[in-house]
Design a protein around this ligand. Structure first.
Ligand code: ZN
Length: 524
């Protein structure tokens, strides 16, 4: 996702709950009833799972009723049509009477109702119209449905949403049907046969205009779902999705989901990459296509984050760093190298600035609030690691490495180590020092650079003054001569102090460090 600068973080503290590995959910079937007289929803949920560790009680994440009256109150749980006992404790639904009895797969039906405290956001949009939008990242799905709310437990999902007839309904997966069930209400059903992490499982219910985006290059339907009040401008902006989508398919590999819907919404983020059903901030579209990089970022997540997902939160750069760098690659391909370099220079400045307030590594397990992971290390620095990797191993091996990583971990989960292993296998290079220095330690090279030009020769002395150790820093300098010609010199900084002498046949007029924007460093 992308943060919204003005309203960056929500007020809720999203603490880190322990990963529940004793079960593996395979399918959620949600029948949801929405109405316009209150924000109370009622849900009948079928949940199918494997009970992996039967020494542990089965429990699902589901927020119970709070003192403010919000939360979900379970009224019954059925196991094979038999009512079983349960208890709700805080954010857990504990099934203390469930018996495994040799079954591999268990299917339960859970009935509950309540006003979601968050996760399914029921509010007026910017035109004052009532809307319902799922907004689960990172672990807010369990505030509106019972689940194993962790990116490592992926499952298929189906929805049957009953709502007043005048709403349109959108969700992950393929729309199966829409049936009028009485004079006032209709039920719209969707099914995603592709496994998804809970963070990107959503419904959106609102007054929408929708339009298909023609794409002769793919049978996957791309559509735009926008508020009717500014639909023409939003449709125009969202047509950009087609070229972005086609570019990623050609670069990374096939798109996994049944469709790609781009939806105007009330999400608290600038954009949220919900699988095949991306939600954008309601102010993102203006008819001037100013959200091109936002759209490129969210579409990149369909591969990185949604399909190849981080196995735990500290590896979030595999999602956000990748989406950030794939946006840079898209901009490079569309507008040229200079545009990408401009973007990377901006991202570098943001990383340096962030380091001053938060000197932690990219892979950081010290966070207390998951929202804190939406930071410049996960996004910009993660992108810079990919950029430096590309410069180190070359475009061809970089491409092969990313494609191999994606192919291996598509519809699955990966750690940073999994990514490193794939890159080392593809390149047949030991890159452990590179990754250790850039992913697992904080900081970046801070260089004190002395430049002494004497006619046709130059003495460069480069001192590393940061406290962290960087042992292998490739650096390029560009020398300009009085006759207007230029030359680039490449070398490696290996020690704390490095001295280089260059001699030419022409008089040197100027020197530029890192002219191609290839190194994450700071000049002191
Ligand atoms: Zn993102």
């Amino acid at each position: 996702m992308r943060k919204l600068i003005s309203a960056a973080c929500c007020c809720v503290m999203l603490s880190v709950s322990a990963q529940n590995t004793s079960i593996d959910v395979t399918h959620y079937g949600l029948k949801i009833h929405l109405n316009d007289t209150s924000n109370r929803i009622s849900v009948t949920e079928q949940i199918e799972f494997s009970w992996i560790d039967t020494s542990q009680l089965v429990q699902f994440d589901l927020e119970s009723t709070q003192s403010n009256g919000k939360g979900m109150l379970v009224s019954s749980v059925f196991d094979q049509s038999k009512s079983i006992s349960y208890k709700q404790v805080g954010e857990l639904l504990i099934l203390d009477d469930l018996k495994a009895a040799g079954r591999k797969q268990i299917s339960l039906v859970i009935n509950y109702a309540g006003i979601p405290s968050d996760g399914l956001v029921i509010s007026a949009n910017k035109y004052g119209e009532r809307t319902f939008f799922g907004d689960n990242w990172p672990n807010r799905a369990h505030l509106w449905f019972a689940c194993n709310d962790h990116p490592s437990d992926k499952a298929t999902i189906s929805y049957s949403v009953t709502a007043p007839k005048y709403y349109e309904v959108i969700a992950n997966g393929e729309q199966l049907n829409r049936i009028d069930i009485n004079e006032h209400e209709a039920t719209t059903s969707f099914s995603s046969n592709i496994v998804l992490p809970t963070k990107v499982m959503v419904i959106g219910v609102a007054n929408f205009d929708s339009k298909k985006v023609a794409n002769p290059l793919s049978p996957i339907e791309i559509s735009s779902w926008v508020y009717p009040q500014n639909s023409e401008k939003s449709f125009y902006d969202l047509e950009l999705a087609k070229d972005i989508f086609n570019y990623y398919i050609s670069w990374i590999g096939p798109y996994e989901y049944e469709k790609l819907a781009n939806v105007q919404s009330t999400t608290r983020f600038g954009g949220m990459e919900n699988a095949g059903c991306i939600f954008y901030d309601e102010n993102a579209f203006n008819g001037r296509r100013t959200s091109e990089s936002l759209i490129a970022h969210e579409i990149a997540h369909q591969w990185f984050g949604n399909s190849a997902s981080e196995s735990d939160w500290q590896h979030i750069w595999l999602s956000e760093g990748f989406a950030t760098y794939f946006t840079d690659l898209y901009l490079e391909q569309k507008y040229g190298t200079e545009r990408m370099q401009k973007q990377l220079a901006k991202e570098r400045a943001e990383v340096i600035q962030f380091y001053r307030q938060y000197p932690h590594p990219i892979v950081d397990s010290t966070y207390e609030n998951l929202m804190d992971l939406l930071n410049e290390n996960s996004y910009q620095k993660g992108a810079w690691v990919l950029h430096m990797l590309r410069n180190r191993i070359g475009d061809e091996l970089f491409h092969q490495s990313i494609v191999a990583y994606y192919e291996k971990f598509r519809l699955s989960n990966a750690t940073s180590q999994d990514f490193i292993q794939v890159v080392q296998e593809v390149t047949q290079q030991d890159l452990s020092v590179f990754f250790n220095e850039w992913l697992f330690q904080s900081g970046h090279p801070q260089l004190k650079i002395g430049k002494k030009i004497k006619g046709k020769s130059i003495k460069l002395s480069i001192q590393q003054v940061q406290k962290e150790r960087f042992t292998d820093i490739p650096i390029t300098v560009e020398l300009s001569f009085e006759d207007g010609s230029k030359v680039q010199e490449q070398f490696k900084l290996t020690g704390k102090t490095n001295v280089y002498n260059f001699k030419y046949s022409k008089k040197i007029s100027q020197i530029l460090i890192d002219p191609n924007v290839q190194l994450l460093f700071e000049e002191k």
